[in-house]
Design a protein around this ligand. Structure first.
Ligand code: ATP
Length: 379
């Protein structure tokens, strides 16, 4: 973000944003949002991701103008909508945004059509709007709701209400779409279906979007860029693949997907790789994104990158560097794969093995990892 785009390409710039509920001092964890900065490039889908209470919703509400921040600056589509130094706070109605809240914000006493047409009749850009009914119907058609346009909004299913909220938001032609966990009230299958639809609409309309979720799968599937937050601060800003493959902290490695984190006693450099000494053996960590070696830190290995072989059937000889003997202590059959827990000298490693692997709890195995799948994380 700040280093991925120039300010002119950004639709939103957030600089040193700070928000407390109550009166904490700087550095106090009571800051719900603690001096965060990032840019959202025009037309991109950016997700704020993190555990409950990390400050995602507060950040989104500051963007929407629903909270008054304590410090920092927010610029949207070239307009400074908040600047603490200049005591400037543009009201929510005057910001170039539309918001889809968690509970959709549908008007129950209106029909589906009137709900959709609401921003054209009453919104920020209501003046001079023509063909209101037809445009609302066209949009409802796009989200698959034209057949229920005359129904009361309360007669829609959860998924239909979510589509209506999206249609209404897009009809207001916002520069920025703000979405606060809009899929969280739906069942798992519908969530997956609607997140694909949501992303397709966002791309079709090219609207810059900021999305809040605590669901890492949703964030990885939907986003161009993910902002991982923890305790009011930013842990990492990156593309989904990089977040997964090159987490910059143990927190991110653990929060995004599943990770084995093996504490490191001492790490050093060798031929461009990191040699990480742990109590279960030494790992060679190779490839991009390794941290500078130091004392401490962790080796991060994803379960799907752990190779498991029955002891005695070593393809590559005896246990050695990146290869350790262990014993299976748990195995779950998940149809397409086996999820194993393997005890290696008292450390429990999780591994995803092919369903065809015949090993079962109690069996002795050798676990291994390719150097380019082992990542050294200093913090
Ligand atoms: P969740 O996923 O649970 O919604 P979040 O990451 O969106 O969490 P926020 O809702 O932004 O987190 O909350 C950040 C912190 O601010 C939390 O410690 C929360 O308790 C606190 N907080 C949020 N809203 C208020 C409020 N209106 N008054 C006081 N404290 C608040």
């Amino acid at each position: 973000m700040s280093n991925m785009t120039t300010p002119n390409e950004s639709s939103i710039t957030i600089h040193e944003l700070r928000k407390a509920y109550g009166r904490p001092r700087a550095g106090d964890p009571a800051y719900a949002v603690d001096g965060i900065s990032f840019d959202v490039p025009k037309g991109k889908f950016v997700t704020l991701l993190g555990p409950s209470g990390c400050g995602k919703t507060t950040t989104l509400r500051c963007l929407a103008g629903l909270e008054q921040p304590d410090g920092g600056r927010i610029v949207m589509a070239g307009q400074t909508v908040f600047d603490a130094a200049q005591r400037r706070q543009v009201s929510a109605e005057d910001r170039p945004i539309a918001m889809v809240p968690q509970h959709y914000g549908i008007w129950p006493h209106m029909t589906v059509l009137d709900n959709a047409a609401f921003p054209l009749r009453h919104g920020r850009n209501r003046k001079g709007q023509q063909n209101v009914k037809q445009r609302a119907l066209d949009m409802l058609d796009q989200v698959g709701l034209s057949g229920v346009a005359e129904r009361w909004a309360t007669q829609l299913s959860g998924g239909q209400q979510q589509r209506l909220a999206l249609a209404r938001a897009l009809l207001s032609e916002p520069e920025v779409l703000l979405l606060d966990e809009p899929l969280s009230n739906l069942d798992a299958k519908l969530r997956t279906k609607l997140r694909l639809e949501l992303r397709a609409f966002q791309e079709q309309f090219g609207v810059t979007s900021v999305y809040v979720t605590h669901d890492q799968a949703e964030a990885l599937a939907l986003s161009d860029i993910v902002v991982v937050m923890n305790q009011g601060r930013i842990e990492q800003i990156d593309r989904p693949e990089r977040l997964y493959q090159q987490p910059k902290s143990a927190f991110v490695a653990d929060f995004i997907g599943s990770a084995n984190l093996i504490p490191v006693r001492q790490a050093s450099s060798q031929s461009g790789n990191v040699l990480a000494n742990t109590h279960i053996g030494t790992f060679t960590c190779a490839g991009e994104g390794q941290d500078t070696p130091s004392a401490g830190g962790n080796v991060c290995i994803r379960p799907e990158n752990i190779d498991v072989e029955a002891a005695g059937s070593h393809r590559n000889g005896l246990p050695g560097q990146n290869r350790m003997p262990g014993r299976i202590i748990g195995a779950e059959f998940l149809g397409d794969r086996l999820e194993l827990v393997i005890d290696v000298e008292g450390t429990k490693l999780r591994a995803s093995a092919p369903a065809s692997l015949t090993a079962r709890p109690g069996d002795a195995v050798v676990v291994g990892v390719q150097p380019n799948h082992a990542r050294y994380i200093a913090s």
